[in-house]
Design a protein around this ligand. Structure first.
Ligand code: GDG
Length: 760
């Protein structure tokens, strides 16, 4: 991580006066009702702790209130007659807006899909995962419910920051509501490798990725999670990225890494608060002469609490000299009561604590001091400040804030952090003793090493970590995220500035209507129809044929399909309509009502050698195949492993360039295809063929591929050229997708048919 020299204690991004709307499953408080009185209690967990600090720091900004709003579930189901009162109080006192969920909804959504499907899968516990369609349906419903609730409170210029795995479908739903809204997303847990993520049923995994891609910025704690996400997007949705930027169908999305920090000063300062000091002194008196090892987590199998105990047991077994001289203070915070694995784990944990205490304990010494409860903040910091060692050994953890808080709270710089390599925090705290949490021998060894580390060494390591944590604190994290999110607007408007606006569309239609001799050059695959896995599957449907037919009925129109396909297929699909046809990217031309003609004299002696090369690549990359056309050959890899294909395609191009250096051939890399054909023949030469000898006063060309760029370049400046997809182009405009192409053509057909002068 790059460190910035200045210290940031308060959030610096003022969002230019815009309101920040935080959306998370839970609000920062739980609500209970006693005698019709609504009581608010703080809620615990990494997300809430971090975001509450972000919110505090925003209060220090000069922007006028309200600068923020927090939207989420209030922690319990609330009777309908109290909801109005709760909304008012939550807004007034906490700038929060509650989303109400019934117990049944929470059961299937929170305990179900969130915590019995996503949580175990994303933490690499596939055997715990429940694949329940009813849970998935509820997950979709609740995400929609959040979108509906937000609809009632959102302002158009709000900046919305959606948090965590409960709301992965929400970014897309919000964008559908308000395309101009700035939406960011942060995942607090790991994003697993593709092999793990793919275990989800096809529809679920697609919708989750598409849901997330609704955001303008998607971010993760570590580069590894970012990489995993990009890999899944490529393999499941087929979107490639460039430096983390993805051209999703509707907009450009950035995917980036922002490791979450803590409110460093809060933990460093709290250690010297009178209440904390009092508690710390009390503890030290009680545990005089005992070295204290601390462990703090929510009760969760991902936190590796059992492994930790086993490691400690082994340490006691192999180091009898420490008997009576160490104690493990194990704070386990109740969490997700009702999920089966959690109840089971609690029992196992308590049995093991009992076993260790029974086996090693004696009068006056309890080896494990176990507390199953939520402790107040002052006690937590007192624990941090009196513990000689902090043992943090999750089997998987998105980040782990406890590790950071322990280091921050060590005012005199002493103390040893033992940290699992499976926690996101390990990337930022390499000065800790790093262990593999599955290996109890390593944990036992690390405990011994920690207890024997000299004070100077402890301080040296902690000072380095403290400097880093102080600098990259939670405000910096939020600041970096928000600046990056706001920055996306500029990136998007640069890329999207070429999108065919409704006024440009009206202008195109007016020109079309006023013209007498029109030429419409239309690519087929990806332009008039979505790209299919196999070329043969992209057959035009009746509606498309009817639309093309309608366009050809107007005698002012010449409509030409400019395709890379073979003439046989085009003939079969479009032969009955009065269309011009271009096959094999311009190698074959067929004006309407005439027969096919070659653009150049035939020459195919080069083909066998090239086909042989392509076939070796097809053999080596399963899913890829060779298509031999009359004037060209192509190697298709849409169905191959995308990552392997990304390596093989440039290798093939390089190979072919050497091979064809002295031959009159060109190698063109299209959309998941490498094509080899004769030089001087392309869609540009085909466009010139149709232009020559005619006095067109309106030319429209549309295409989605690099091969269509030749056509755009060859046309006069007055032509209307449109590239399908949000991507750099020589064309005048971009249009989002093939469906919008159909819309435009439909509008043109209607315009031509309208007798009046008005244009829709
Ligand atoms: C998720 C990800 C990621 C805990 N017990 C008490 C208490 N806490 C506070 C700690 C800390 C927070 O809760 C726990 O945060 P973690 O990061 O350790 O873990 P998760 O709750 O699982 O958080 C995690 C995090 O989100 C942030 O992105 O790091 O990987 O799983 O702040 O201090 N606070 C009080 N009493 C307790 O008993 N007062």
């Amino acid at each position: 991580m790059i460190e910035r020299p200045d210290q940031t204690s308060a959030l610096a991004t003022d969002l230019a006066g815009r309101r920040l709307v935080i959306v998370s499953n839970r609000l920062p408080f739980n609500v209970s009702v006693e005698n019709d009185e609504i009581l608010f209690h703080p809620s615990a967990g990494g997300l809430v702790t971090g975001l509450a600090s972000v919110r505090e720091s925003r209060k220090q900004l000069t922007a006028l209130p309200p600068t923020h709003l927090w939207v989420g579930w209030p922690g319990s189901s609330v009777e309908a007659d109290l909801r109005g009162k709760l909304i008012r109080e939550a807004l007034d006192r906490f700038q929060s807006f509650p989303v109400f969920l019934s117990e049944e909804q929470m059961e299937q959504f929170y305990l179900g899909f969130c915590n019995a499907t996503i949580w175990p899968l994303f933490h690499y516990f596939p055997s715990y995962v429940l694949y329940q369609p009813a849970y998935w349906e509820q997950y979709k419903r609740i995400n929609q419910l959040f979108a509906d609730a937000l609809k009632t409170v959102l302002n158009p210029d709000d900046v919305v920051w959606v948090h965590d795995y409960h709301l992965m479908l929400l970014p897309r739903l919000l964008k559908a509501l308000r395309p101009q809204l700035s939406v960011g997303f942060f995942l607090h847990i790991p994003f697993p490798s593709f092999e793990m993520f793919r275990l989800l049923p096809g529809e679920w995994r697609r919708e989750i990725l598409e849901g997330l891609l609704g955001a303008d910025l998607i971010s993760f704690h570590t580069h590894e999670y970012t990489h995993h996400f990009l890999q899944s997007v490529l393999r499941i949705l087929g979107h490639e990225h460039r430096l983390g930027q993805i051209s999703a169908p509707d907009h450009v999305v950035k995917v980036d890494t922002f490791p979450m920090g803590i409110d460093f000063e809060k933990f460093a300062g709290a250690a010297s608060e009178p209440e904390t000091e009092r508690e710390a002194r009390q503890l030290m008196d009680t545990l005089a002469g005992i070295k204290l090892i601390l462990s703090v987590d929510r009760l969760d199998y991902s936190k590796g609490i059992l492994n930790r105990l086993e490691g400690y047991e082994l340490f006691l077994e192999t180091n009898p000299e420490y008997h009576g001289k160490v104690a493990l203070l194990m704070v386990v915070v109740p969490s997700r009561i009702g999920v089966v694995q959690y109840d089971l784990m609690k029992r196992q944990l308590e049995e093991l604590v009992g076993k260790i205490n029974g086996r090693f304990g004696r009068v006056g010494w309890t080896p494990v001091l176990y507390q199953y409860r939520h402790v107040p903040f002052s006690s937590l910091v007192a624990f941090y400040s009196v513990s000689d060692v902090c043992l943090v050994t999750p089997l998987r953890d998105g980040m782990n804030l406890v590790a950071k808080e322990y280091v921050a709270a060590r005012q005199d710089g002493t103390g040893v952090l033992i940290l699992s390599e499976m926690a996101g925090a390990a990337k930022e705290l390499p000065e800790a003793i790093i262990v593999n949490p599955n290996n109890r021998v390593e944990i036992a060894g690390a405990l011994k090493e920690a207890l024997e580390t000299s004070t100077e060494e402890q301080q040296k390591r902690n000072r380095i970590m403290q400097r880093r944590l102080r600098r990259y604190n939670v405000s910096r994290w939020a600041d970096d995220f928000l600046s990056s999110l706001l920055g996306m607007r500029e990136v998007q408007s640069r890329i999207e500035s070429k999108l065919l606006s409704s006024s440009a569309k009206r202008e195109v239609m007016a020109r079309f209507k006023a013209s007498q001799c029109r030429l419409l050059l239309l690519d087929y695959d990806g332009t008039l129809t979505p790209l299919a896995r196999l070329p043969a599957l992209a057959k035009p449907d009746g509606e498309l044929i009817a639309l093309l037919h309608r366009l050809t009925l107007d005698r002012k129109n010449s409509v030409v399909i400019t395709s890379g396909r073979e003439r046989r297929t085009l003939e079969e699909w479009f032969g009955d309509i009065a269309l011009g046809l271009v096959a094999e990217h311009g190698a074959w031309l067929r004006p309407s009502g005439q027969s096919w003609q070659r653009a150049k004299t035939p020459q195919s002696e080069w083909k066998p050698e090239i086909v042989a090369v392509l076939e070796t690549y097809a053999d080596r990359l399963p899913g890829s195949f060779v298509e031999e056309k009359e004037e060209s050959v192509a190697w298709h890899y849409r169905m191959a492993d995308p990552e392997q294909a990304e390596l093989r395609a440039p290798e093939l191009v390089d190979h072919l360039l050497n091979l064809t250096a002295k031959i009159d051939l060109q190698i063109v890399q299209g959309n998941k295809v490498v094509e080899i054909r004769r030089s001087g023949v392309d869609k540009g030469s085909a466009a010139s063929f149709w232009l020559s000898g005619n006095k067109h006063d309106f030319v429209l060309a549309m295409g989605d591929d690099t091969t269509d760029e030749d056509m755009f370049k060859a046309l006069p400046a007055s032509a209307v050229t449109i590239r399908v997809g949000i991507i750099g182009t020589h064309a005048h405009y971009n249009i989002r997708n093939w469906a919008e192409v159909i819309d435009l053509l439909g509008a043109l057909a209607r315009t031509a048919e309208q007798p009046s002068t008005s244009i829709e």
